[in-house]
Design a protein. Structure first.
Length: 318
């Protein structure tokens, strides 16, 4: 009997949702089974797969989300740091999240539903991350967790990377995308914008992974200008995130970055003319607020460049 099976056996009498290792054992088993299922799906040769667990992703994640949200600080610490000083709880959850996204893209609908509906599993993964990020200790682990970066690339957060990926993923439902946008908006606002760069890097990560994402933020703008037209909560989440992304409370303020981000979004179609038209046809007070706020904070690039050149000339003359 392997360690994971032994852990499940010894925890069988534990009430659902009580001990972190109970969840970690089951999440590891689910990850192993899903990885084997994907290998079997892509491999023409017969692959020996482990037996299908007698519990679903949905069942385990519902209990985990509740525990992450309601249990003590010590419980969360044991979940995140359960094994040899590694952020094992986050690693296992991100792996499960990623595997469910892959399954929703590559596998047939009937095979996607193994271990519970894929869409519900992805949404529950996000709710678990939201519960972790809702605690100061958990939030610090999310923004300090980093992947090894390739040469020339900045370190990134695997948690934020997979959240951003769910926004661009074509098979993720709109309420889940709204939740993902709200989580990334929160990251941009925390600690005076100190983690804003990690969110930008997460969208760079999406662009590298998804061939259809020819430009950064392409899926974000497409979401706002198409699907969100018929979904008010998604429209609000898109515009609120975009507004915060561009105008985050940087310390010190970074006007050059704001100008560059506005230019990126304008080139993708999020320009003043479109936003003013959207504002005129909008019946949601909340959406109107976010659009107007974005318009009020637009920096005129010509004026900015003129002032910047003038400042340089003045410095050279002195």
């Amino acid at each position: 009997m392997d360690d994971c099976s032994a852990e499940i056996t010894t925890a069988a009498t534990t009430p659902f949702g009580k001990e972190p290792h109970w969840y970690l054992a089951r999440l590891n088993t689910l990850n192993t089974f899903m990885r084997a299922s994907l290998n079997s799906y892509f491999n023409a040769e017969q692959v020996n797969s482990p037996p299908e667990p007698d519990y679903t992703v949905t069942e385990v994640l519902r209990g985990l989300e509740s525990s992450l949200r309601t249990e003590s600080h010590g419980w969360l610490s044991r979940y995140l740091w359960a094994h040899k000083n590694k952020k094992r709880g986050l690693d296992v959850l991100v792996r499960l999240f990623t595997l469910r996204l892959i399954a929703s893209t590559e596998m047939q609908p009937q095979e996607q539903q193994q271990l519970g509906p894929v869409g519900e599993g992805v949404h529950l993964c996000l709710l678990c991350l939201k519960a972790i990020m809702g605690r100061p200790f958990g939030f610090r682990q999310v923004v300090t967790a980093s992947e090894e970066s390739s040469e020339g690339q900045l370190p990134s957060s695997p948690v934020l990377n997979v959240i951003a990926l769910s926004i661009a993923h074509p098979n993720v439902i709109q309420p889940t995308k709204s939740l993902a946008l709200d989580l990334l908006a929160t990251v941009c606002l925390m600690d005076d914008g100190a983690h804003h760069q990690l969110v930008l890097i997460a969208f760079d990560h999406v662009q590298r992974l998804m061939p259809a994402e020819e430009r950064r933020f392409q899926s974000l703008v497409h979401l706002f200008t198409t699907f969100a037209l018929f979904d008010r909560p998604l429209s609000v989440s898109c515009m609120q995130f975009t507004n915060i992304l561009v105008n985050a409370p940087f310390t010190p303020p970074d006007l050059k970055l704001r100008v560059c981000l506005q230019l990126e979004l304008r080139q993708l179609g999020l320009d003043q003319a479109y936003l003013k038209k959207r504002l005129q046809n909008c019946s949601s007070a909340e959406l109107q607020f976010h659009i107007q706020s974005y318009l009020n904070n637009i920096i005129d690039v010509g004026t900015f460049l003129s002032e910047h050149v003038f400042a340089i000339d003045s410095e050279q003359q002195t």
